[in-house]
Design a protein around this ligand. Structure first.
Ligand SMILES: Nc1ncnc2c1ncn2[C@@H]1O[C@H](COP(=O)(O)OP(=O)(O)OP(=O)(O)O)[C@@H](O)[C@H]1O
Ligand SMILES: [Mg+2]
Length: 226
């Protein structure tokens, strides 16, 4: 049985587990939020998260469909790559339509943190290791022509392995077609996509250093500045 079907199994004695009822996303299940979506732990399946719109704006409501479309396109082109959080389709919730995705976890089972969380919200952080893993992740994207342009530190989780190393996982795939280009060169041309990916990678690395240096300025923000 696939992970997507697993969530349909009612938890023993849980009326919310009924398949004909929207999934109830209690406040304490909230992991984090972005500009467009709120991300919750799945109430019955620790392997999954459920993303729902953060508000009524069209961009917020459409974000899940955009991510799912981006995800399907990525898998069609690259197969079941390990550097992304995989999506498993939609589910009705009491907070609107939800998108089911793999929950990114550390090797010891605890929830993985994003680069943003590690560099802004922690007093101590191993900046050289974070920069090295972010750089290796970007190089992997460029080398395999994996077009993820929304390389924001809050869109990348770092899974901590037992030996102390990190592995980067992209957890927001909706920016794949957001090329903001009058003519979408980076969608159709490998050359332009590569150039853009290299530029975005450099920006990501520069911003990691900048956000870390000025973290006291950002700690009250739930999101990197625009
Ligand atoms: N698959 C996941 N596993 C664990 N945590 C996740 C996952 N997906 C998202 N999150 C958490 O939820 C936060 C917001 O998710 P996401 O980036 O998908 O929302 P968004 O509102 O679409 O983002 P943006 O502000 O970039 O538009 C992430 O920064 C991360 O903390
Ligand atoms: Mg995001």
């Amino acid at each position: 049985m696939g992970t997507a079907e697993k969530q349909m199994i009612p938890a023993p004695g849980e009326p919310e587990g009924r398949t004909d009822e929207p999934l109830r996303l209690a406040e304490e299940l909230l992991i984090s939020r972005g500009r467009n979506r709120l991300c919750y732990h799945h109430p019955y399946d620790p392997a999954l998260v459920v993303k729902v719109p953060a508000g009524p704006d069209k961009t917020q409501v459409d974000a899940n469909a955009r991510e799912y479309r981006g995800y399907q396109d990525l898998v069609r082109r690259h197969g079941m790559i390990s550097c992304i959080s995989h999506c498993h389709g939609f589910v009705a919730t009491d907070r609107g339509p939800g998108l089911l995705c793999d929950c990114v976890r550390n090797e010891d089972g605890s929830p993985a943190e994003t680069i943003w969380d590690l560099i802004v919200h922690h007093e101590e952080c191993d900046l050289p290791s974070i920069l090295a893993v972010a750089e290796a992740f970007c190089q992997h994207l460029v080398a395999h022509d994996i077009r993820l342009f929304d390389l924001n530190p809050k869109n990348i989780a770092l899974r901590q392995c037992r030996n102390g190393t990190y592995a980067a996982v992209a957890l927001d795939l909706k920016g794949r077609f957001d090329n903001n280009e009058f003519i979408p060169f980076s969608t159709y041309s490998r050359y332009f996509a590569r150039r853009k990916l290299v530029r975005r990678s450099r920006q990501l690395l520069d911003r990691i250093v900048l956000y870390r240096q000025n973290r006291h300025r950002y700690q009250h923000l739930f999101q990197p500045p625009e």
